[in-house]
Design a binder for this molecule. Sequence first.
Ligand code: ADP
Length: 508
Amino acid sequence: MIRSRDLRRITRSLRFRLTVGYALFFCVMLIGVGAIFRQKLAASLDAQIRDALDQEWAGLRGYLRIEIENNKTKALWYYDREQPDESFFIQRLQRIYYIADAEGHVLSDEQGNLQTSEAYESIGHDSPAQIAAVLNSKGPHWEVRKSSKGVPYLIRSGAVYDEDNKRPFFVAIGRSLADNQGILYQFTWTYVAVIPVVLLSGCFLGWFLAARALTPVLEVAQAANRISGSNLSLRIPSRGAGDELDYLIATFNRMIQRLESSFDQIRQFSTDVSHELRTPITAIRGQLEVALFTTSTAEQYREAILNALQDIERLSQIVRALLLLSQAESGQLALQRTRLNLSELVADVVDQFQIPYEEAGVRLTADLNACFAEVDRIQIERMISNLLSNAMKFTPAGGEVRVRLRAAPEGLELMVEDTGCGIPGDHLPHIFDRFYRVPGRDSAGRERGLGLGLSFVYWIAKAHGGSVRVESVLEKGSRFIVLLPASSSITSTTEPPGVEVPSGMNEL
Ligand code: ADP
């Protein structure tokens, strides 16, 4: 026995719903097709019977004469009684017929036989008013009338003139519609009896086809179920049919691929973060332990605390930068856009860097064309600062850094070019990654960077709907090119309202 839970599961299944849908569609189609066929059949039977009556009427005009002699009107039939065809035709015609004058008096023939048939009598005579209406109308008159026994007849009536073509007489012939009705009745009931059989077979077929179509879906679902966070390298095997399901599998696999790379990034990020945090924490711990066990003078304590504070400052810089970056990348950081002259903004930042550059012995020049854009001032300042401080850090004294801003066909192009140490080709694809630093660059008397500055540059360019790329030749210099959409065409990747950028973090 099926339990109600199982029943609910079955009725909710796609297979069941597909089958029911298929059956309903089939049912509507069958009824519709049946109704159309029945109507066509009825129309064709009707046309056939009207055709036959038209032919009989034409024959009747050839054989019937109405003569008026000495004020007596007679309907006379002229045909060869020896001829079976003619006799049969007239007999058939006279099965349902009625010949009367305009007042409704039935005519008789030479032998005095009234020109009406038993069948016609059973459907009733036409009234003088009806006769007058028929005689006055030009064409034939058609009518369906029922006999006293309920048999329907199709009656064709019209006017036939006497020999002198003076007086019109009312003539009606007819045929029983019982046969036609019988055919329609038989058709309808046969069809109605066939519908459940066809419908049932349709349901079985639907149930079977739905199962066939859905089995691969279940297989895909089972395969997808086996994939978890720990085995994201698994893929759902393609069936090679090139159908919609293979497309779904490919989409699934691409999604898992993206998930896998996100998981890898997160894993890498946690490793990097713990590594980055461990270094200053170990340093602080070492300094404090040394201070605790070996220092004796207040001066030595002071120096140890100062060193520890420097490392703590670095720690909090990392934490702040990470927080900001994760907010930015998760879309929580909303851009505060305003339309402004980008050249003025760049010039301001360049001015701020003139003194540090002088101290470093590096020439800083700017070639700025007036360009307007809708940008977040603070973020763009941060981006230029990062690029300029990197350029200064990695350009030896006597070198030069050039900043250029111009409107290019692809958008507004901001370029920061230096004559510094350059970046080795194999490191170029990674320098926008978080915590990525070209190895061996920190020791050369430079302040150790966090490896986050270019990640910010990348995110800021992207959030403004732009891009950043780098070209570099080792020992010759590097060129960072940022492309921003010109004015109004900016699309941001940071839609939801989010955290305001905390001030004082522009130095990152
Ligand atoms: P950092 O805080 O180390 O500067 P960034 O993300 O800004 O972090 O830069 C990542 C790495 O890219 C740097 O450590 C450096 O090795 C390299 N780099 C960035 N800008 C330049 C440049 N102008 N010239 C040479 N190397 C650079």
